[in-house]
Each structure stands twice: as structure tokens, then as C-alpha cells.
Write a protein that binds this ligand. Structure first.
Ligand code: FES
Length: 321
């Protein structure tokens, strides 16, 4: 659990290349040689860009290999500029500062059967997961990878290797919602006590959540790319009153409650910062929230809020902080 991302490991970029339309792969190794910190599949690092931005990226290398990490970055033309900066300005030999890996999307200690559903660049944590599972023959997985076209599909060759035959389905929809992956046959029955992991655009995650209402919530795991995925163009400024101190804070459009609190000097623990892990769960005392997380149940939504992504429908919220 982190409150402010630490980026204190110096690495050198040893590979920077386009691997699909709009997607670039970066490999990094310790600047002074040796090994990088161990990580578990599903982990991410925070990367401090030379322009001061800090961005979170899932590791997509084999956790057994400690001499390098890999990340894959999609050029987000409508994002906050981190991906474009990274893709346009990074060259092999550059030095970066990264954090130690943290994991808000870990595989469970117990559980032998997994369904992975990836959308677009959401494939990255699953690359580390399938590497990790191949070291344990008792663990079985099936990966459904939704992509628009073969040209936009990162790791297509790697995932077409004979070892993944029958374990990986790549589904192309050409951007047509009518051709989206049919989730129901995948989730209708939970025959082998599978755990389902989903990472991708918010629409895909919401569709998976809606299709798995009959599953145990403890068997469903989500990871979003970033809280930016939950931003909307018509977002407005609202106020948040912190009940414990009585302080009221403005939350402008483009800023989350969590960011506004940190700017005002409040320490706010977090992990995913994308509305999927539950770390920032906060009691909602007054006002109506505009919920944008994938954690709270309908019953919880009247009295709780995930402050890393959710906003307000009323001019002011009062929260138990
Ligand atoms: S920090 Fe994970 S849900 Fe808010």
C-alpha cells in the first residue's frame, strides 16, 4: 500500500521498440548491473518520467527473470500525456527511475484454475501471469484476449506459440460492439472453482462484472489501466467536506478526490488508484456519489465511496476522513 509512489531504483532502457500499432515495448535493466527486486505476476511499477510525471505500468516479463523488467505502453491520444511522452522521447540507453514492484492484482495463494480476460493493452499483467503459471503444471488457465485487429495486438507471436495451443483465444472485433466477445459461455458455469481476472477498458470490465453476478465476488479480480479511464469530459468541480477535520476541499474536473486531498496535505493510502482494489474505501456520510469503481456492491453504494475514481452527483459530499 502506498501513499506517494517512490521511484528510487535507477534502471537503463535496454530495448525500446514498437510491437503493435500504437504499442511500444520497453525493457529495462539495473543501471549498475545485478538484479532487480523480485516481483509476483500482476505487479506494476511506478515510473518517474524525466518531465516529472509518474505513471503506473504492469510488468509483462517472466517473474523468474530478475535481470530485467518489461513494460508495454499504448499511445493514449486522449490520455494525460504520459504515454505519448514516453513513446516519443525514450531511446535505448536512457535512464529511468522506477519504484519497487507492488501488486494489486495478484494470483491467489490457493486456486488452480484461472480465466483471464484481457482487452487491448490490458494484456500486460497476463503475460507475467502465464509465465508464472507455466512453472507449476498443476495450474491451468485460459486466456481470452480481445483486440481490434491483428495489427493492434501486442504479443501476438508470443501467444501463438505451440505451448499456448488451446489456452489462448485472441478475439478480434474490428471495433464493432456487435462483434464483441460473447462472455456468457465463458462465465455461465464455474465448474472448476476458477478465479476470473479481467484487465482492459472500463466497458469490458463492466460487462464482465455484469455477466458474473452469480459468481462469488472473491473469485473476480479487476485491474484498470489507470484512473484516467474513469474520467469523463463533462466532469465538473464539486466540494468534499472531510468530517474528521471539518475542512472542505474543492475537487476540480480532471482531479480525483484522492488527488485533491493529497494536494491539501492529507495522507491518503492507496494501491491501484483505479477503483479496483478497495484500498481507498471510505464511508460516505452525506451527498450522492457518482460511483465509478468496480468494487462496491449496489447495497454498499449508498454509504461508501472509492475516492480514487468516484465523483459527486450533488454539489458537496461529506466523507469520513
Ligand atoms: S486505491 Fe484501489 S480502489 Fe481506490
Amino acid at each position: 500500500m502506498t501513499s506517494v509512489p517512490q521511484t528510487d531504483i535507477a534502471v537503463r532502457v535496454t530495448r525500446a521498440e514498437k510491437i503493435a500499432e500504437g504499442i511500444h515495448l520497453f525493457e529495462m535493466r539495473p543501471k549498475d548491473g545485478g538484479e532487480l527486486p523480485a516481483f509476483t505476476a500482476g505487479s506494476h511499477i511506478n515510473l518517474r518520467l524525466p518531465n516529472g510525471l509518474v505513471r503506473k505500468y504492469s510488468l509483462c516479463s517472466d517473474p523468474a527473470e530478475r535481470d530485467h523488467y518489461r513494460i508495454a505502453v499504448k499511445r493514449e491520444d486522449n490520455g494525460r500525456g504520459g504515454s505519448i511522452y514516453l513513446i516519443d522521447n525514450t531511446r535505448e540507453g536512457d535512464e529511468w527511475l522506477i519504484s519497487a514492484p507492488d501488486n494489486a492484482f495478484a494470483l491467489p495463494q490457493r486456486g488452480d484454475n484461472f480465466i483471464f480476460i484481457a482487452g487491448g493493452i490490458g494484456i500486460t499483467p497476463f503475460i507475467a501471469m502465464i509465465h508464472a503459471l507455466k512453472h507449476d503444471p498443476a495450474k491451468k488457465f485460459k486466456l481470452y484476449y480481445c483486440s481490434r485487429t491483428p495489427e493492434m495486438t501486442a504479443f501476438r507471436e508470443e501467444l501463438s506459440a505451440p505451448e499456448y495451443k488451446g489456452k489462448v483465444v485472441i478475439h478480434y472485433d474490428n471495433g464493432d460492439p456487435e462483434k464483441a466477445l460473447d462472455l456468457w459461455p465463458i462465465v455461465e458455469e464455474r465448474k472448476n472453482r476458477e478465479h476470473l481476472y479481467c484487465c482492459g477498458p472500463r466497458g469490458l470490465m463492466e460487462a464482465v462484472r455484469d455477466a458474473t453476478g452469480h459468481w462469488s465476488p472473491t473469485a473476480i479480480h479487476f485491474e484498470a489501466f489507470s484512473e484516467a479511464d474513469a474520467r469523463r469530459p463533462d466532469d465538473k468541480t464539486f466540494k468534499v467536506k472531510l468530517a474528521k477535520s471539518g475542512v472542505t476541499i474543492d475537487v476540480p474536473a480532471g482531479t480525483t478526490i484522492m488527488e485533491a486531498m493529497r494536494t491539501a496535505g492529507h495522507d491518503v493510502p492507496s494501491s491501484c488508484e483505479s477503483g479496483t482494489c478497495g484500498t481507498c474505501r471510505t464511508r460516505l456520510l452525506e451527498g450522492e456519489a457518482d460511483h465509478r469503481d468496480l468494487v462496491l456492491t449496489e447495497a454498499e453504494r449508498g454509504s461508501q465511496i472509492m475516492i480514487c475514481v468516484s465523483r459527486a452527483k450533488t454539489p458537496e459530499l461529506v466523507i469520513d476522513r
